[in-house]
Design a protein around this ligand. Structure first.
Ligand SMILES: *[C@@H]1O[C@H](CO)[C@@H](O)[C@H](O)[C@H]1NC(C)=O
Ligand SMILES: *[C@@H]1O[C@H](CO)[C@@H](O)[C@H](O)[C@H]1NC(C)=O
Ligand SMILES: *[C@@H]1O[C@H](CO)[C@@H](O)[C@H](O)[C@H]1NC(C)=O
Ligand SMILES: *[C@@H]1O[C@H](CO)[C@@H](O)[C@H](O)[C@H]1NC(C)=O
Ligand SMILES: *[C@@H]1O[C@H](CO)[C@@H](O)[C@H](O)[C@H]1NC(C)=O
Ligand SMILES: *[C@@H]1O[C@H](CO)[C@@H](O)[C@H](O)[C@H]1NC(C)=O
Ligand SMILES: *[C@@H]1O[C@H](CO)[C@@H](O)[C@H](O)[C@H]1NC(C)=O
Length: 428
């Protein structure tokens, strides 16, 4: 190797390590002088609003900004682990890595645990209503038991009980996990780091979600992709590709729900964000009021008029009978005779997010889609700018009579306790 190129290589290497040290000096303040912290041992919250992580030498503190609870996580091999135990309204302590845990399925997307490879430690669930093939498999094999949520004694059998319920927290092992509270798709997905800290799986959490930005840059330079981010990078790439897809007008998209005789447009920020990121435009808040009562003629007229401007509908209407819910059910609920102005019918663009479902009731939309928003974005791209050669994951086209996929244990194609790999969607 010519000496000039090898010395420039060394310069880059030096720069790389300086960046490295700088990064941890800033983020890890107190302990940077003590050393012992290496890349992968810490997670930095970059997008999520509602949790914070702090690192000490033998402990970590995670603070949940929604309910104000803090968790002191003590490494099992430290002296502190044997002498410190907190269980107050504000702070609870845990010895980590956790040996086992249970989760409240009504509120917790189990897919986050799967991406981290933590299903082996999952010993209790509150019901079998779960949209994960591999959790079903473990459950069928007797690895996981059903616990009675209202029986506090049962929940104390586990090192931690993860719950999305901020009200009932009577036991010392309760941990609240609240990705749904974030407003943006990527913010919700970043909660994988929250779980990672409980099992010293920061490296894995970072790998799945993102990498330290400056370090990733250097890795790229040296073609070392060890810490390449998956979810976030793929999401950003897809979103960027949406920009190039748009024609003269962006498609106008409406998330609609029919409930007790009234139609309403979504108010949820993350859904609107998805539309924007996929190159569409939301129905303007200023023209869509909250609800349209279908038994009031003026409301029906107003609703009809707005629908005439919509290119793509995402129908969120709840149904207890997915099998019998078809395009004509949707149109009956719309209840207008003249449908000639509905572009979304002409172009066959009426979608629902219930493609992956367990027993026709439990939607993977509320689980897998939360931890892998890049897949939702890819679905929306296909809905907004159809190519015909992408199979959607969560969205199905009602206008084309597309059916649901029933999730069952046989579909689990890995060892349940092995980490689930996030799906990289081809981009560009
Ligand atoms: C975390 O730090 C410990 C002790 O410094 C080290 O042995 C371990 O390999 C690190 N883990 C990762 C994933 O970097
Ligand atoms: C700490 O946890 C690790 C990983 O579960 C385990 O291998 C180790 O034996 C534990 N150490 C102590 C002192 O409990
Ligand atoms: C769950 O526990 C509560 C309180 O102990 C009890 O009243 C209830 O019957 C239990 N439910 C089931 C299904 O076992
Ligand atoms: C979970 O781990 C704890 C130790 O943290 C142990 O006492 C308990 O028996 C384990 N529970 C199950 C269901 O494996
Ligand atoms: C819709 O309007 C009908 C007739 O005015 C009324 O009886 C009904 O309560 C309204 N529904 C809602 C959800 O407001
Ligand atoms: C599916 O749901 C039905 C109705 O709620 C219930 O009776 C049935 O036991 C469920 N089947 C499974 C496999 O969970
Ligand atoms: C979509 O799924 C069908 C059925 O599983 C398969 O035959 C087809 O090759 C898939 N298409 C793409 C583009 O992956």
């Amino acid at each position: 190797m010519p000496s000039s190129s090898s010395s420039s290589f060394l310069q880059h290497l030096l720069l790389f390590f300086l960046t490295f040290l700088w990064y941890f000096g800033v983020v890890n303040g107190a302990s940077s002088s003590g050393g012992g912290v290496s890349l992968g041992n810490i997670s930095k919250v970059g997008d999520a609003e509602y949790f914070h992580i702090y690192y000490g030498q033998t402990f970590k503190v995670i603070k949940n900004g929604i309910d104000g609870k803090s968790y002191l996580l003590i490494q099992n091999n430290s002296r502190m682990a044997t002498r410190t135990k907190y269980c107050t309204r504000r702070i609870k302590s845990f010895v980590i890595p956790l040996l086992n845990y249970s989760i409240d399925l009504g509120y917790i997307p189990v897919s986050f645990f799967e991406l981290l490879g933590l299903l082996g430690g999952l010993k209790g669930i509150t019901s079998d209503m779960v949209a994960s093939e591999c959790v079903l498999k473990s459950y069928n094999e007797g690895e996981i038991q059903i616990v009675n949520m209202t029986d506090a004694q049962q929940l104390t059998n586990f090192a931690a009980h993860f719950s999305g319920n901020t009200v009932e927290q009577w036991t010392c092992n309760f941990v609240t996990f609240l990705p749904y509270e974030e407003d943006m798709p990527l913010q919700r997905a970043e909660w994988i780091k929250y779980l990672g800290v409980f099992s010293n799986l920061e490296a894995r959490a970072n790998h799945v979600y993102d990498a330290v930005k400056s370090v990733a840059l250097y890795h790229k330079f040296y073609l070392l992709y060890t810490f390449a981010c998956i979810v976030k990078e793929n999401y950003m790439c897809l979103s960027k590709s949406a920009e190039s897809k748009r024609t003269s007008f962006k498609p106008v998209v409406a998330w609609l729900e029919y409930n007790e005789g009234s139609w309403s447009f979504t108010k949820e920020a993350y859904k609107k964000k998805y539309v924007v990121d996929a190159g569409g435009e939301n129905v303007d808040d200023s023209i869509s009021k909250n609800t349209y009562n279908s038994s009031i003629p003026e409301d029906t007229d107003d609703f009809h008029a707005i629908l005439c401007t919509v290119d793509i509908v995402i129908d969120e209407t709840y149904t207890s009978n997915l099998n019998d819910y078809t395009l004509s059910t949707f149109l009956q609920n719309i209840n207008v005779e003249d449908q000639s102005c509905f572009d979304f019918l002409t172009s066959k663009s009426v979608w629902r997010y219930d493609k992956r479902v367990r027993n026709f009731t439990t939607l993977d939309w509320l689980d897998g889609a939360v931890s892998q928003p890049q897949l939702v974005l890819a679905d929306l791209l296909e809905a907004f700018f159809p190519t015909g050669n992408y199979n959607t994951t969560y969205m199905r086209n009602l206008a084309k009579g597309e059916g649901v996929i029933c999730i069952d244990a046989q579909m689990c194609n890995r060892d349940s306790s092995a980490a689930m790999e996030p799906v990289l969607v081809a981009c560009q």
